[in-house]
Write a protein that binds this ligand. Structure first.
Ligand code: GLC
Length: 422
């Protein structure tokens, strides 16, 4: 009977704990309850949708209202501002951070964000690869919110006139960029090749598509020195050298490259899905003429880098319970649907990619799901900012012809080793 008494005692403790939890939870903004108003910091909201989502929460949670703080558009500048804030005297103004997927390890290792209880979030309903971006050393430190995968946008009208399908391989992309684009007064291909996080993404996609890697073992091992990595970097370097990637692309971030494509200057563009929606929308000179497929690789579809953002709770927040509840709201099915319909951003919930009404409205969803499922994360590292800076600097030097792809890969191996051993 001992076990029954013990179990009974356990149940009693559980009931007391639970009722305490519910009771405490009912009183908003009382010290010690973990509930109260919140500040959510995010990179620039490029599609201007987030305010309306948060308004939905604020209407029904008067004691836990969220104030939105929009930081710069560029992910690098946003990270720098969040870091300054988190290192500051008063340990920051923010409770919830919408962090780029590649920062989770660094923010967790620095102790800026707190581990989260897995059972409070619908992780099983998410596309599997996104959950990996939210963990560090086996613990959950953030909750996936938006995913992303690079796609190849192409001009349907131009390829149709030439009787060509969208390219599946690098050779086909190069051929069309070099021979078809000039016939229509267009540049061939562009991505985001300015020295910032976007270049790390474009370089990693080229390396991964050729079968290479950059780091292994959660950032502890440098694996970049390979023939595959050289082939990947060479694809981009060759494009610039031969002119089928225009020189201006070396200054492009997402927004500038999107604008060049919308203004009708490019045959092909690598960008995130939001650019596909915008290029077919009002204000685009090529609306209705834009298709999207998976990124090409050496012998067939290539590998996209997994993009997107995760929601994390700061270590010092006074309202962790509200913060977790807000995250549960933002990752709930109806809100994730709005992330797509209002924000043109790829949701993390798998079932939405099969929803017939959504697929009719966003015909790129099946291609996007395939791209996300086969996408590879950026190297996980507690020093991710340094890793990315090295990749950006070295690859940009190769793109401007200051060093060969082979020398660039040797240099990457050397400099990344210095970062990871530090
Ligand atoms: C997008 C992606 C993000 C990536 C950034 C690069 O915002 O979602 O993951 O780091 O672009 O510029």
């Amino acid at each position: 009977m001992r076990w029954a008494r013990a179990a009974g005692r356990g149940l009693l403790v559980l009931v007391v704990l639970l009722s305490g939890y519910v009771f405490a939870g009912a009183r908003a903004d009382v010290p010690g309850t973990g509930r109260g108003p919140l500040t959510l910091a995010t990179a620039g909201d490029l599609t201007g949708y987030l305010g309306s989502l948060l308004a939905g929460w604020n209407r029904t949670h008067p004691g836990e209202k969220v104030t939105l703080v929009e930081l710069p558009d560029s992910t690098d500048e946003t990270r720098a501002q969040m870091e300054t804030d988190l290192r500051g005297e008063d340990r920051g103004r923010f409770d919830v951070l919408n962090i780029d997927v590649d920062w989770t390890s660094q923010f967790a290792a620095a102790g800026w964000i707190r581990p989260l209880p897995r059972e409070r979030f619908p992780l099983r309903d998410f596309l599997p690869p996104v959950v990996g971006t939210a963990t560090y050393e086996g613990r959950l430190y953030a909750v996936p919110y938006v995913t992303n995968a690079g796609l190849l946008l192409y001009r349907k009208d131009v390829l149709a006139k030439e009787g060509l399908p969208p390219p599946r391989t690098w050779a086909e992309l190069e051929r069309d960029a070099r021979t078809v684009a000039p016939k229509y007064g267009l540049d061939g291909y562009a991505g985001q090749l300015a020295p910032y996080e976007g270049l790390t993404v474009n370089a990693a996609e080229a390396v991964y598509s050729a079968g290479g890697t950059i780091l292994g073992d959660e950032g502890k091992r440098v694996t970049v020195d390979s023939a595959a990595a050289r082939e990947g970097i060479d694809f981009l370097v060759r494009g610039v050298r031969e002119g089928w990637i225009p020189k201006q692309a070396l200054t492009y971030t997402e927004e500038e490259s999107k604008q060049a494509f919308e203004d009708g200057h490019l045959l092909f563009l690598r960008n995130w899905p939001y650019a596909y929606v915008a290029a077919n929308g009002a204000g685009s000179a090529v609306a209705g003429e834009v298709g999207a497929v998976r990124l090409p690789g050496p012998d067939g579809p290539g590998t996209s880098v997994l993009g997107g953002s995760n929601l994390a709770v700061t270590a010092h927040t006074r309202h962790p319970d509200s913060a977790e509840r807000l995250i549960a709201y933002l990752t709930s099915e109806p809100v994730q649907r709005q992330v797509l319909t209002r924000g043109a951003l790829p949701p993390v919930r798998a079932a939405l990619y099969d929803d017939p009404a959504l697929v009719r409205r966003f015909p790129y969803l099946p291609a996007l799901r395939a791209a996300v499922l086969s996408a590879a994360p950026r190297p996980k590292s507690p020093r991710y900012d340094q890793v990315s800076l090295v990749v950006q600097a070295v690859v940009h030097d190769a793109l401007t012809g200051r060093q060969t792809p082979a020398a660039a890969v040797r240099c990457l191996a050397r400099e990344l080793a210095a970062v990871t051993e530090r």
